[in-house]
Write a protein that binds this ligand. Sequence first.
Ligand SMILES: [Zn+2]
Length: 54
Amino acid sequence: MPTYSYQCQVCRKSFSLQMTIAKHDKARTKCPKCGSRNVQQSITSFVAVTSKKS
Ligand SMILES: [Zn+2]
């Protein structure tokens, strides 16, 4: 499961969340500190996610 890193643009808190890609697509990420949705996602290097299409 990839980890997504974010930084809140309001209070500058950095945080990271683990979630599936499918969940990430739908997620409305909020800052855990101030509750703002004005968060910026950082690039996270996650290891070799192989997309298997059966
Ligand atoms: Zn915040």
